[in-house]
Design a protein around this ligand. Structure first.
Ligand SMILES: [Zn+2]
Length: 179
């Protein structure tokens, strides 16, 4: 509790630890669902979204239309049959099967079972926080910042400094009058 700060509005703002940032990056890539990440990390969706853009995670653009499309009764029945029968729920596979975003599936599950349902713990996010999630080739992926060693989303092998350090470095240079 000591690292929590009560704000005047009564909401609690917690600092993001390195571990949490790593977990956010992993979940971002593995679940693709802000609703689910929000539940798993016990932070609200806005906080997840804000932090994701702060550490430069790629925009997610699949959750516009898919998310709002109405569910037919048949689809709902079929979804809950599947959910009820699965011991481990591969959320991405289920989303693919219904041609919906993972967010849409998670929202549906939460609507029906509530956000504290044990069902949610059966969702398989394939997440292990470890270095094997770091990208090894030249392409985009998670890399450790060469300056602060924290994980961040890198756009390619030449992008090795996280946005926070990039900003800080620029401010230092500004102070010295380089710009
Ligand atoms: Zn850094």
């Amino acid at each position: 509790m000591s690292d929590e700060k009560k704000l005047s509005g009564g909401s609690v703002r917690r600092q993001w630890t390195t571990e949490e940032n790593q977990r956010l990056i992993d979940l971002w890539h593995s679940t693709g669902s802000i609703a689910l990440i929000s539940l798993l990390m016990d932070r609200n969706a806005a906080s997840i979204q804000t932090q994701a853009s702060r550490i430069n995670l790629p925009q997610r653009n699949e959750d516009g239309m898919n998310h709002r499309r109405r569910w037919s009764t048949d689809d709902e029945v079929r979804l809950f049959e599947i959910i009820d029968s699965l011991e481990r729920i591969d959320i991405k596979a289920v989303a693919r099967q219904f041609d919906r975003s993972t967010d849409a599936i998670v929202s549906k599950i939460v609507d029906r079972y509530g956000k504290n349902s044990p069902i949610l713990s059966r969702i398989d996010t394939n997440v292990t926080v470890s270095s094997r999630n770091l990208v090894s080739g030249p392409g985009p992926g998670t890399r450790l910042c060469l300056s602060c060693r924290k994980p961040f989303h890198s756009s390619g092998k030449k992008h090795r400094i996280c946005p926070t350090c990039t900003t800080n470095n620029k401010e230092k240079l500004d102070d010295y009058g380089y710009f």
